[in-house]
Write a new protein. Structure first.
Length: 236
């Protein structure tokens, strides 16, 4: 049997980066070992989606789109560390697999226990059933991880007053607590002063022209962001 030409696809999400053993390097090492065992050809470099959720579709994952393009050009397929690297949502998993198979490509998993079930339902319905059970388990695991992380953040928020991450606009981190940010407060006060008789788009333009720092850095203000921030301000 001729060897297949496989493009490695790696993914870590903002939620799953906390999990052990799922880093990009670990994924690639497992893929390399599995492909060598199968006698197939690995087409490096890997296609990567770093910091993207497994619930996002193909249009929102440039790494996966690139992997499929390269696989089509090579007439082969894609190889993943585990099926949940392709998707952490059962419906999305089956949609992506169906799309990949329609392109005439293969999907290979470095987890030998999963690889057996990566065939269309028309070939063996029982394999499709087991694969869908695996997908449902991955979806459940993701929900449990999110719930656990959210609970941890709430406990830290109650204990320290700040759960980490980027502070909300108008606040800055000082040690383990958030304190008012005078520059941001001044910017919002200026926006409120400019608002009477003007649209939010006009106010945003005036803030930009004045060089007032915007949320996220830079001086680019957006009307939708400005509306959200102004709603939080106490009324004079």
């Amino acid at each position: 049997m001729p060897s297949r030409r496989l493009v490695p696809y790696l993914r870590v999400s903002t939620v799953l980066q906390a999990e052990e053993g799922l880093g990009l390097e670990a994924q690639l090492a497992a893929i390399e070992a599995r492909v060598a065992e199968l006698g197939d050809e690995l087409l490096l470099p890997p296609a990567v989606d770093a910091g993207l959720s497994g619930t996002l579709g193909l249009a929102e994952r440039p790494g996966l789109a690139a992997a499929l393009e390269r696989a089509e050009a090579a007439g082969g397929g894609v190889v993943v560390y585990r099926l949940d690297r392709l998707a952490r949502d059962l419906v999305l998993q089956e949609q992506l697999l169906a799309d990949i198979w329609r392109r005439g490509l293969e999907v290979v998993s470095a987890a030998a226990g999963e690889d057996h079930y990566l065939t269309p339902a028309t070939e063996d319905p029982s394999r499709a059933l087991i694969r869908q059970v695996l997908g449902a388990v991955a979806q459940y695991e993701r929900a449990v991880i999110r719930l656990r992380l959210a609970g941890g953040r709430q406990q830290k928020l109650a204990r320290e007053g700040w759960a980490g991450g980027r502070p909300p606009y108008g606040r800055r981190a000082e040690g383990r607590r958030l304190v008012p940010d005078p520059a941001a407060e001044a910017a919002l006060a200026r926006a409120r002063d400019l608002q009477p008789g003007r649209s939010l788009r006009e106010v945003a333009r005036l803030l930009e022209e004045a060089g007032i720092p915007a949320p996220g850095g830079g001086t680019r203000w957006h009307a939708t962001t400005l509306r959200r921030l102004l709603r939080r301000l106490p009324q004079p």
